[in-house]
Ligand binder design. Structure first.
Ligand code: ZN
Length: 220
């Protein structure tokens, strides 16, 4: 049984790495953002609540986040373990969480802010078919034109320097106390997030393997 938390700033490749780990280790991915999106899409009461909060420009409060994460973990469909993404968000949540669940490791993907800035600000989106581009890693054949449908490529409203600077600042402020609590418990694996996705995955598996010497199920 493997119980992991994955942390890292937006644009660090966390989503890709979580998906690769789910595949490699048969884990269940528990993403707070995904759960919110599911509730909104299915018009649940929680979805309506979250939609209202987000529309008013606020962040969904700790209490709601805590409730949905605990509810999700209670489902016990994670025979081989889970990887939790987007939680905990505060030191008190982290402390409470550690009392209920025996976490094996916190995978901390580190990417310098300059690199995040470069990655995020080079993202483009087709205004017609919604396909994602990246001027560094996935360039269109013709500048500003979608390869598939010839639609115009645009920048997401969120991907402007000021908005990104705000998000980075917010991330560091909120995550520092959570990370230092996990560090005091010697759970944190610092992973170099500037590696290419495949190399990054290998590095995570190798570092997890080193921490799982006590576990009966070896990491492949
Ligand atoms: Zn397109």
């Amino acid at each position: 049984m493997h119980k992991y938390v994955i942390m890292g700033v937006q644009g660090c490749g966390k989503g890709t790495q979580a998906a690769l780990l789910v595949n490699a280790l048969d884990l269940v991915h528990i993403g707070v953002g995904d759960i919110f999106r599911w509730h909104i899409k299915n018009h649940t009461k929680l979805g309506a609540q979250v939609k209202r909060i987000v529309a008013s420009g606020n962040l969904v409060g700790d209490e709601i986040v805590e409730r949905i994460v605990h509810g999700r973990l209670e489902e016990h469909d994670w025979n081989f373990g889970f990887i939790l993404d987007g939680f905990p968000r505060s030191e008190s949540q982290a402390r409470f969480f550690l009392e209920s669940y025996d976490i094996d490791a916190v995978i901390h993907i580190q990417v310098p802010d300059e690199v995040v800035r470069e990655r995020v600000l080079s993202r483009r989106l087709c205004s017609d078919c919604g396909l994602d581009y990246n001027l560094i890693s996935h360039r269109p054949a013709v500048e500003d034109v979608c390869d598939v449908c010839s639609g115009a490529l645009i920048t997401r409203p969120d991907d402007h320097p000021d908005a990104l600077a705000g998000r980075l600042n917010d991330y560091h402020t909120k995550n520092k106390p959570v990370l230092s609590l996990f560090q005091r418990k010697e759970l944190v694996l610092d992973i170099d997030g500037t590696l290419a996705p495949k190399a990054l995955h290998k590095e995570i598996i190798s570092q997890l393997g080193a921490t799982n010497y006590h576990s009966s199920t070896p990491v492949q």
